[in-house]
Design a protein around this ligand. Structure first.
Ligand code: FES
Length: 149
């Protein structure tokens, strides 16, 4: 992870420019950004820990608490809600015991409810980690999630 952050840092004239990619690398490697991870990023970029924590806490894509191996970001905003997102949320609860903001007992999934992920025309939609899934329904969401162990 530190080698990857060093490589990214070398591409920017100022190490602050590498902050977001460095946090992304750390989270990808560790699953979430612990205080130790934030310190490691701060040391690697020669920046104050407060700057790293402030940036990490600003963006919703960074996790500051332990999370499941796979992060589901389900949109329940208007287009998705009209197209059945709430029943998908119920399905996630019924099938996986997964509540908004929660993690499955086996650590396989965490669920975050999103306001809009830019797929209103192909709603309902969700992200699983960095993978985009659209036109969801009660059948294909279960098939999709089976691919994530
Ligand atoms: S409302 Fe769900 S993607 Fe826009």
């Amino acid at each position: 992870m530190l080698k990857e952050i060093e490589d990214i840092k070398a591409k920017y004239p100022d190490s602050r420019g590498a902050l977001l990619p460095a946090l992304y690398i750390a989270q990808k490697e560790l699953g979430w950004l612990s205080l130790d991870a934030i310190k490691a990023v701060a040391d690697a970029l020669n920046l104050p820990e407060a700057d790293i924590r402030g940036t990490a806490s600003f963006y919703s894509m960074f996790r500051l608490k332990p999370a499941g191996r796979n992060l589901i970001q389900l949109c329940t905003n208007v287009s998705c809600m009209i197209s059945g997102a709430e029943s998908l949320q119920d399905l996630l609860n019924d099938r996986y015991g997964l509540l908004a903001g929660g993690t499955t007992g086996d650590g396989r999934f965490s669920l975050v409810i999103m306001e809009c992920i830019g797929a209103c025309g192909t709603a309902p939609a969700m992200l699983v980690n960095t993978d985009f899934h659209e036109n969801l329904n009660g059948h294909n969401i279960a098939e999709i999630l089976e691919k994530y162990k």
